[in-house]
Design a binder for this molecule. Structure first.
Ligand code: ADP
Ligand code: MG
Length: 323
């Protein structure tokens, strides 16, 4: 069974690269790291029922399993090259594997990423992808370089993936076509996130700190703050919200999704004010929207300020003023 499935994966994901000296089929892959580049590696696992709902389309799972990993490379400013794939499957279902491989390959092709090996075992559905990329030595984007006074930006429109999950869990009862389109769009943002690879590369040597948003903007910004030894202030009114998010949810819910929702895979990063214009021009050139949402400050707290300047705090029921 295993050989047939591996052959199926190989055929569905074929991608030529000169630096793959030996790909799928031997005991291990043999790869040529370009001279003068640092190798960047990351691995992430998706478990059915934990990282995606049971019943998610195979092609969406394949896309997302790669996307979450490419997002980690994006957050480092790396350009992707190779991947390894460990598939744990409840049964040898060629239909599922072909669909999965097609979704994986659709994203891999965009970046000329080659799948060079992996492992296939039987068990509860679980997918682990390891990715490898390159960055010029010394130019990787890290979490630890942020300074008080740096401007804080975010790509895209965070909160959409949380709205997508909400839409899946609360299927639309009305037949309003606009609502249906918004629902489909936010569900697409959940299942097929766009890793911000071009943005990460454009930020090399300019961003003082960078992270990708997998657990929610506040949680991930907290990682930058801890690593950099700074606090942060976000102005709630500046948070970019998609028209779908605004159309489907009231302000408080949209804000809760944008700040607390996971799975967006946008980049959150800081830049010195003196380089803001340069960064915005570089991102505009690659067609990536990026919005200033606040700044890094002295201290260690992450604060969100509302329209009236007062701090907001999150609880499980929504947002409340406390001061
Ligand atoms: P071994 O017993 O040597 O680990 P495997 O049967 O696990 O051999 O793998 C055979 C070949 O198929 C290897 O080159 C391996 O990298 C590749 N392979 C196995 N599973 C996958 C997978 N899910 N995706 C890509 N390549 C795979
Ligand atoms: Mg093996």
């Amino acid at each position: 069974m295993e050989f047939d499935l591996v052959d199926l994966i190989r055929r569905h994901t074929a991608q030529q690269r000169d630096d793959v000296l030996l790909g799928i089929g031997d005991d291990a892959a043999v790869l040529s790291v370009p001279a003068g580049q640092a190798l960047v590696m990351a691995v992430d696992t998706l478990v059915e029922g934990v990282h995606f709902p049971a019943g998610t389309a195979a092609a969406d799972i394949g896309w997302k399993a790669l996307a979450v990993n490419l997002s980690d490379l994006a957050a480092m400013g790396a350009s992707p090259a190779w991947a390894l794939l460990t598939l744990t499957l409840p049964d040898a279902d060629p239909g599922f594997v072909a669909g999965f491989a097609d979704g994986f390959a659709a994203l891999a092709r965009l970046y000329r990423l080659a799948l060079v090996g992996g492992d296939t075992t039987r068990g509860p559905l679980c997918i682990s992808v390891a990715v490898h990329g390159f960055v010029p030595p010394g130019q990787a984007l890290v979490r630890a370089g942020g300074l008080a006074g740096d401007v804080l930006l975010v790509t895209g429109t965070p909160g959409d993936a949380a709205a997508g999950l909400h839409a899946l869990q609360n299927p639309a009862r009305d037949a309003d076509p606009q609502h249906r389109r918004w629902h489909e769009w936010v569900i697409g943002r959940l299942h097929r996130p766009t890793p911000r690879l071009a943005a990460g590369i454009a930020l090399r040597g300019v961003a003082s700190a960078c992270i990708d948003i997998s657990d929610g903007l506040l949680a991930d910004l907290g990682h930058i703050c801890r690593a950099s030894g700074v606090g942060a202030e976000i102005e709630a009114m500046r948070l970019p919200r998609s028209s779908a998010l605004r159309g489907l949810h009231d302000d408080a819910t949209a804000l809760r999704f944008a700040l607390g929702g996971g799975d967006d895979y946008e980049l959150c990063f800081s830049v010195p004010p003196s380089r803001l214009a340069e960064v915005q021009a570089a991102l505009a050139q690659i067609g990536c929207s990026a919005t200033c949402i606040g700044r890094l400050v002295e201290g260690s707290e992450v604060r969100v300020r509302g329209e009236d300047g007062a701090s907001l705090t999150i609880d499980h029921h929504g947002w409340e003023h406390f001061a």
